[in-house]
Ligand binder design. Sequence first.
Ligand code: SAH
Ligand code: AVI
Length: 327
Amino acid sequence: MGSGAREARIVRLREDAEFVETMAREVAAGLETSPRTIPSKYFYDAHGSVLFDQITELPEYYLARAETAILEQVAPVLVAEIDPAEIVELGAGFSRKTRLLLDTLEARGGPRRFVPLDVSREALEAAGDALAADYPWLSFEGFIGDFERDLARLPRHGRRLVLFLGSTIGNLHPDDRIGFCRAIRASMAPDDALLVGMDLVKDPRRLEAAYDDAAGVTAAFNLNVLRVLNRALDGDNDLEAFDHVARWDPQREWMEMNLRVNRPTRLAFRRIHVDVELAAGEEIRTELSCKFTRASAERALTGGGFRIARWDTDPAGDFVLVLARPA
Ligand code: SAH
Ligand code: AVI
């Protein structure tokens, strides 16, 4: 073990200009589709990352508590089984739950790397500072990038545990899920492991409450995407013209969040020459949160080239942590 906190190193995989160009392209294309969409990765500026963190504490949002409870149980077994030289975390955010794995790793000694990848520079910086202070033995190398595009750019330093927590896998469209699992598999060696958190299908009333909490934090999180786009794409669209709507789709087994226009509104972003008229009641879809069953989880993982090595749920059966190994 070293002594004293190490500097957290943060590497930018894409220049800011390229990030904004990608955003411009994706937002312009999404606003032309039916339904109109905005990619959910644009929620997470500094404010959006903090709002998400607040969501994880809400009484209605059982997901984070359930996943933490599972990790508390299984972290020691997982770490003993995998003995990773590095932990790579996709969409790491503030890496709070990761601490449960780091605590277990600490007891085993030896040099270890933590490699979080996130679109949010602010979240990575906050995580870097906090982890450097609390885990001075850990070598922290954060990457600002897009897990859908940048997996192959992460340097490898030995046996890897890839974390994809929080049910962020549910934010991918089901059509993209197997391809994404394949891309993760392609970034891994045969003795690496993937630990993925998935929210399970349950009573729609609990799901809808989790995505439309009484305190209105999820509504603020949803609306924040317009603030992000206004700033980056040169718009002055009025957030007051939009309402937060969260809905369960029983056929597709997903929760979706939308922004519904509450009066005839013009949505304009000068930087991308977008200027659309929206009628009252029109919706823009901002997020899918797919919920899983054992069958749909298995389809995604086996289709992506994995086998399920462990399936651990919380006592209520709300959430699962799946340990997947290359098949
Ligand atoms: N893993 C954490 C945070 C989940 S919130 C937890 O379980 O609590 C989702 C995180 O993924 C956010 O930090 C967001 O910035 C990041 N994210 C979303 N889409 C992304 C993408 N395409 N590439 C990289 N990070 C992404
Ligand atoms: C990050 N992701 C898994 C969260 C979810 O539950 O889909 C984001 C979120 N959206 C609304 N509340 C939380």
